[in-house]
Design a protein around this ligand. Structure first.
Ligand code: SF4
Length: 219
């Protein structure tokens, strides 16, 4: 169910049909990051900046076997942490953020990841997208994380029109009922990875091409 008009100008029916088709196309859509606790998801999400989920999962398998709590990570020390996460790129700033987040979690949140947006946003290395990912995936709270795929695919389809991730987030929240935010976010990511790729969208084989404003296929 969607509201009357999409912020991107699609008809109500077209937007609902897009979401329904994406659901059928990606019934297994979910986070690509491996985690078992909110803290593990926090660390994995910080590591995922400009890095693939597959690489993050490879690194966190090693890291979490050594330490998967704020205390444990701090006990590892910066040098060892940097050496384990090196493959993820930007490892110095990521290590700094992870250590800063661990220190704040221990000092202010009893070593637990907080389950509210404002507190999450205070953590080093955590912006709107990461806070939304954690709220949505670790705590099942309504949030709409907008990454590069969600931003691109939503705009192309005409689900929303936003010049910034924040505008896309607001547009999608306006368009979709809260209970669908989490699922829709994963569906848009999966479509962005599989078909609506950044450089060469595969419009010819896209099951949404008859509804899409940016369809580049011939028919
Ligand atoms: S038709 Fe093309 S631009 Fe539109 S969603 Fe499909 S792949 Fe993306």
């Amino acid at each position: 169910m969607v509201n009357e008009n999409t912020p991107g100008g699609l008809s109500n029916g077209a937007a609902a049909e897009i979401i329904a088709r994406l659901r059928r196309l990606y019934p297994e859509a979910k986070s690509g990051l491996d985690y078992t606790t909110p803290f593990e998801l926090l660390v994995a999400t910080i590591l995922s900046a400009q890095c693939t989920d597959a690489r993050v999962n490879k690194v966190t398998a090693v890291l979490f076997a050594k330490a998967n709590t704020p205390k444990g990570i701090l006990a590892l020390g910066r040098e060892q942490l940097e050496s384990v996460i090196k493959e993820c790129g930007l490892f110095r700033s990521k290590a700094r953020h992870i250590i800063g987040a661990c220190q704040m979690l221990l000092a202010e949140y009893g070593g637990e990841v907080p389950a509210d947006f404002e507190s999450l946003m205070r953590l080093p290395g955590v912006g709107r997208k990461t806070a939304s990912v954690i709220l949505s995936n670790a705590f099942g709270k309504p949030a709409m994380p907008v990454d590069t795929h969600v931003f691109r695919v939503s705009n192309r389809l005409g689900l929303t029109r936003g010049r910034t991730p924040r505008e896309v987030e607001e547009g999608l929240k306006e368009l979709l009922p809260q209970e669908e935010w989490n699922r829709a976010h994963h569906l848009l990511i999966w479509h962005g990875r599989e078909i609506c790729k950044a450089r060469n969208p595969r419009c010819q084989i896209c099951p949404l091409k008859d509804l899409c404003a940016a369809n580049q296929a011939d028919g």
